[in-house]
Design a protein around this ligand. Structure first.
Ligand code: AVJ
Length: 318
């Protein structure tokens, strides 16, 4: 097949990473330090995430692919024909193909903060689906953004991968409310990871090949290369624990020693064993997610799970 040249539309107002330095300084200045998880996904981080999906412990992606393989036709029937599909956090768009094969969509708008993977995935999709209008949008979907001209009409938000789990309940509700209010948007297909045993969950975020550890530590490499940070990543270790009360995996980078690290002309001190929170990954029950959707003005009308009921794809209608 002939490769296709595509241009990403950059949301002009603000590049997705403009706030990187400000967010790092703000997060490391807090008494309980944290860094936003959206900065994991530079080119290397995106590759590491794809590698996580291949580890035996990280069941999420395989479970979601199983669901799409078994139920994409029912999903397409629920969504209806001739829709614009707007995908949040599209990454490699692997799962999207399973949907597009059944969906009779008019346009596909992948939205991602990571520019190169977005472009590569969009070009590949355009080659494979020549009649589909592919309109990549390089943007941060947590901020208001405009759909590209040519993608106006009835749309569906496709939000797979349990990325919504990265947001705390208030933020996730706000995100769903924004989806519900977007002009032309009729609803969403959302992938969520379901609550299960602490053992299985913690294994998924502590794979034995240490790919997740490398993914977590990549944040420090990225601060070094893009912001002139002076982290020595070997002086931090990866930790992921399931907080049962909050129903979420919490991922941290833990300082191995007392140390001071410079970033952007400032210095931050870390005590031995002090932790930086780098990611939350919420696990839901179907009832809990349905309640949250209702409070955002959306109704959960259908849910599909894999055979082992580890993961769900739900249809929300506004
Ligand atoms: C891409 C946000 C869905 O939370 O499971 C994988 C990211 N972090 N392993 C998740 C991730 C550690 C992932 N999401």
């Amino acid at each position: 097949m002939r490769p296709v040249q595509l241009r990403t539309l950059d949301e002009a107002t603000q590049a997705p990473t403009d706030g990187f330095l400000a967010d790092v300084i703000e997060g490391l200045s807090r008494p309980a330090k944290r860094l936003p998880s959206k900065y994991f996904y530079d080119a290397r981080g995106s590759r590491l995430f794809e590698a996580i999906c291949e580890t035996p412990e990280y069941y999420l992606t395989r479970a979601e692919i199983e669901i799409l393989g078994d139920h994409a036709m029912e999903m397409a029937a629920a969504v209806g024909p001739r829709r614009i599909i707007v995908e949040y956090g599209s990454g490699e768009s692997i799962k999207t193909r399973l949907l597009l094969d059944h969906l009779d969509a008019t346009a596909y708008v992948p939205v991602d903060v990571s520019r190169e993977p977005l472009l590569a995935a969009s070009a590949a999709i355009q080659t494979e689906y020549p009649r589909l209008k592919v309109l990549p949008l390089h943007a941060d979907f947590t901020r208001p953004f405009n759909l590209p001209v040519g993608a106006l009409g009835r749309s569906l938000v496709y939000f797979p991968g349990s990325t919504i789990g990265n947001f705390d309940p208030a933020e996730a509700t706000a995100l769903l409310r924004n989806i519900a209010r977007a002009p032309g948007c009729e609803g969403a297909l959302v992938g969520i990871d379901l609550v299960k045993s602490k053992r299985v969950l913690e294994a998924a975020y502590n794979d034995s090949d240490l790919v997740t550890a490398a993914f977590n530590l990549n944040l420090l490499h990225r601060i070094n290369s893009e912001l002139g940070g002076e982290f020595q990543p070997g002086r931090f270790s990866h930790r992921a624990v399931f907080n049962e009360a909050a129903g979420r995996i919490e991922m941290y980078l833990v300082s191995k020693i007392d140390q001071v690290v410079g970033v952007g002309g400032r210095s931050f001190s870390f005590r031995a064993r002090e932790a930086i929170l780098t990611e939350l990954s919420h696990k839901y029950t179907l009832d809990g997610f349905s309640d949250m959707s209702s409070s955002a003005g959306m109704t959960l009308t259908q849910a599909w799970t894999d055979d082992a009921a580890r993961f769900a794809v739900v249809h929300l209608v506004r």
